[in-house]
Design a protein around this ligand. Structure first.
Ligand code: NDP
Ligand code: 2IT
Length: 444
């Protein structure tokens, strides 16, 4: 049996009931086949793939907290420190009721390659809790964050592990987490990114994932003879990534016409009104029904269905496995030419294969959503030198990082005979740097 197949069997056997982690491992290892085969004896001897698919450390902890009525709740907290070969563990925290070890491990695994692709010195990790911030008061969210950090603080640090936001963790949560870390440790250090601008945050971090996604999409379209200008874009999600992807796509002359939340979706034929979307989601923390109520011409659909929208480019920016094979077929039938992932693993394996086999461009999240974590690394740099860069300085660096990621993925795909396969290209380029660093550091 080939080394890749052996390790995939091992991943499944040793991590039972973790389908998302299996899926991520499969996607990455399958596409690394040509590289692994070229170095099989050495990698096998060094158990490189076994080490790569086994987190360095997995932390699971109890998070007790008291709600506004005096009721005590207990949630599960996680931090998976996956790989520190090229830098301190780096990756977001997700607060969502669906969070479990499989989801945190798939996210941590993907993060290793993504962070490598940025070209910056950051290892991979991910964490979170099965806590649902929705409908909770600010005091309840603070109580939860304080309890979560009461345990997490002993495992993280500016030079060891630097968490950030993800689903359900934005500026408010990072603020509460940071205050608690500072109070317990007495350290004012860059232990979290996505901080507020008054206490060490970076300009453009809020926008970075969505803007970076659009910069990447533009690079990919340009390399294939077109651009975003005048393209109709279907976006899913209505959170941090989706909002700023919509904003930047509009600035580049495209027309994003949809967004979604977990209840339903908006079709707005005039193009999404970003100011209204920000008001509904960032200020009021309300549902998308509120957007439709305030915007004449916008239609609200309950439930799923956003990928039936006629569009040129699709940008899934909500969550994993939100775009399946039927969705991919509907996009193709409607003339869609490119799918650019803003979320982590939003496209199922079958859908990805269909998209690639049917002449559509496809950019994997680990390449096209890397602008967020890249800008987090820029926030770490600013914290280290105790300076703040301007919005333009950060944005220019972000643009060049996204262009470099595209070039690396494109070049690696070409080198291994898979021209245009940016999934393989991103995985290979991300892998090679981590593998070399692991080799140089010996068996650890
Ligand atoms: P937010 O919490 O800001 O927004 C998430 C959005 O997706 C919301 O509109 C939410 O709807 C929707 N959503 C979440 N879970 C589900 C679900 N299970 N089913 C349907 N809709 C859902 O998160 P982000 O925008 O930060 O993250 C979105 C994606 O991007 C995630 O995959 C994340 O891992 C990825 N990502 C984020 C980065 C960042 O910097 N923030 C960086 C790179 C990737 P509702 O409000 O109804 O829950
Ligand atoms: O998935 C991701 O890359 C993020 N949620 C951002 C991580 C970070 O450390 O900024």
């Amino acid at each position: 049996m080939s080394y890749v197949d052996e390790v995939l069997e091992r991943v499944i056997a040793q991590n039972p009931a973790q389908p998302e982690f299996h899926q991520a491992a499969k996607e990455v290892l399958e596409s690394l086949r040509p590289v692994i085969e070229a170095n099989e004896a050495e990698y096998r001897r060094d158990a490189l793939l076994e080490r790569l698919t086994t987190p360095e450390r997995q932390l699971l902890f109890r998070v007790p907290w008291v709600d506004d009525k005096g009721q005590v709740h207990v949630n599960n907290g996680y931090r998976v420190q996956f790989n520190s070969a090229i830098g301190p563990y780096k990756g977001g925290l997700r607060f969502h009721p669906s969070v479990n070890l499989s989801i945190i491990k798939f996210l941590g695994f993907e993060q290793v390659f993504k962070n490598s692709l940025t070209g910056l010195p950051i290892g991979g990790g991910k964490g979170g809790a099965d806590f649902d911030p929705k409908g909770r008061s600010d005091r309840e969210v603070m109580a939860f964050c304080q309890s979560f950090m009461q345990e997490l603080y002993r495992h993280i640090g500016a030079d060891t592990d630097v968490p950030a936001g993800d689903i359900g963790v934005g500026g408010r949560e990072i603020g509460y987490l940071y205050g608690t870390y500072k109070r317990i440790t007495g350290l004012y250090e860059g232990v979290l990114t996505g901080k507020g601008l008054t206490y060490g945050g970076s300009l453009a971090r809020t926008q970075a994932t969505g803007y970076g996604l659009v910069y990447f999409a533009e690079e990919m379209l340009r390399a294939n003879g077109t651009s975003l200008k005048d393209k109709t874009v279907a976006v899913s999600g209505a959170g941090n990534v989706a909002i700023y992807a919509i904003e930047k796509a509009q600035q580049l002359g495209a027309k994003p016409v949809t967004c979604t939340d977990s209840n339903g979706w908006i079709y707005d034929p005039d193009g999404i009104d970003v100011a209204l979307l920000k008001e509904v989601k960032e200020v009021k923390r309300a549902r998308l029904t509120e957007y439709a109520a305030q915007k004449p011409g916008a239609v609200y659909h309950e439930g799923k269905g956003v990928w039936t929208t006629k569009c040129d480019v699709a940008m899934p920016c909500a969550t994993q496995n939100e775009l399946n094979l039927d969705d991919a077929k509907a996009l193709k039938a409607n003339g869609c030419m490119a799918v650019c992932e803003g979320a982590n693993m939003p496209t199922t394996l079958e859908a990805t294969q269909y998209i690639q086999a049917n002449g559509m461009l496809f950019s994997p999240g680990k390449a096209s959503n890397a602008g967020g974590v890249a800008t987090s690394a820029l926030e770490m740099s600013q914290n280290s030198e105790r300076l703040s860069w301007t919005f333009e300085e950060v944005d220019v660096k972000l643009q060049s990082i996204m262009a470099n990621i595209f070039r690396s993925a494109d070049a690696a795909a070409k080198k291994y005979g898979m021209d245009g396969n940016y999934v393989a290209g991103a995985n290979i380029a991300g892998f090679l740097k981590v593998a070399e660093a692991m080799k140089a550091q010996g068996i650890v």
